[in-house]
Ligand binder design. Structure first.
Ligand SMILES: NC(=O)c1ccc[n+]([C@@H]2O[C@H](COP(=O)([O-])OP(=O)(O)OC[C@H]3O[C@@H](n4cnc5c(N)ncnc54)[C@H](O)[C@@H]3O)[C@@H](O)[C@H]2O)c1
Length: 265
């Protein structure tokens, strides 16, 4: 098991990959998690399950309803993490939505703005505030022999941030933006003892995928994936934890594809 010390902040923690990541942090031994989402009831379920999953006897969970498109709520989210736990060692920006599939000429600007406000602007504001907080805190040596670090940020990108997929125009734009902002932040702060990376999943068995059609159970999609299956959310969460931990101490600015080989075929 990956032993992690410190405090994690997770957006989009009510369900899917965010929920799996929250539980993975708890299982890995962190002493506290701040879990946020717009879905308050599901968020409380995640919080209860995190407490039951936690391996650190001093584990504490704090939840708050945060819409990542609202800058003042994001500022409050980061302030609340610092007020409650004293620092943020690992931030995972996972909240996201997918758009209604359409060809480019059918994209409405309201749908474009909705998706990009959550997936691109929302991730950027979270990342900026997390960086501001991390730069004020001292570095910690989590693993002997590895450099001490102030904090790490993992953004949820997508295979659609590296390749275009049919339809999903606004989503493709927003996820390419996540890949770009991850590089920019990592480059600007490479010497500040912080690391910023993105995880880019292919198809993952969550409500999001179910909402865009019967992709999870579609033979056509499974056939196109070399491993012949979609991912479990827990498999993506494990990559978020690796990116967060000092096991990946020499990696920054990269967008790591986790897609069962979809992008290589
Ligand atoms: N499921 C996939 O196949 C897949 C593939 C690649 C990337 N991703 C990315 O992974 C992330 C998680 O997706 P998922 O599959 O777990 O989806 P999901 O729909 O199960 O979970 C997304 C979560 O984000 C929350 N959310 C949505 N808008 C929000 C907002 N404005 N503020 C705060 N929270 C908000 C939702 O309430 C939900 O709990 C997303 O960024 C998504 O783009 C998913």
């Amino acid at each position: 098991m990956l032993g992690l010390q410190g405090i994690a902040l997770v957006t989009g923690a009510a369900r899917g990959i965010g929920r799996a990541t929250a539980l993975a942090f708890a299982r890995a031994g962190v002493s506290g998690v701040h879990l946020t989402d717009v879905r308050s009831m599901l968020l409380e379920d995640t919080a209860k399950d995190a407490v039951n999953t936690a391996t650190n006897p001093n584990f504490r969970v704090f939840t708050s309803v945060v819409d990542v498109t609202e800058e003042d709520q994001v500022l409050q989210m980061v302030n609340d993490t610092i007020k409650t736990f004293g620092r943020i060692d690992y931030a995972a920006n996972i909240a996201g939505v997918v758009d209604i599939s359409s060809v480019t000429t059918d994209v409405t600007m309201s749908e474009y703005d909705r998706v990009n406000n959550i997936n691109a602007r929302g991730v950027f504001v979270c990342m900026r505030e997390e960086l501001r907080a991390m730069l004020k805190q001292g570095p910690v040596a989590h693993i002997p022999g590895r450099p001490a670090i102030r904090g790490t940020i993992t953004n949820l990108g997508s295979g659609a941030g590296q390749l275009a997929v049919p339809g999903m125009n606004s989503y493709v734009v927003s996820k390419h933006a996540v890949v770009g902002m991850t590089k920019a932040a990592a480059l600007n702060h490479a010497m500040d003892a912080v690391r910023v990376n993105a995880i880019c999943p292919g198809f993952v068995d969550t409500e999001m995928l179910k909402n865009v059609g019967d992709i999870v159970y579609s033979d056509k999609i499974r056939e196109a994936i070399p491993m012949k299956r979609v991912a479990y959310p827990e498999e993506i969460a494990d990559h978020v934890l690796f990116s967060a931990s000092q096991l990946s101490s020499y990696m920054t600015g990269h967008s790591w594809t986790v897609d069962g080989g979809y992008g290589i075929a």
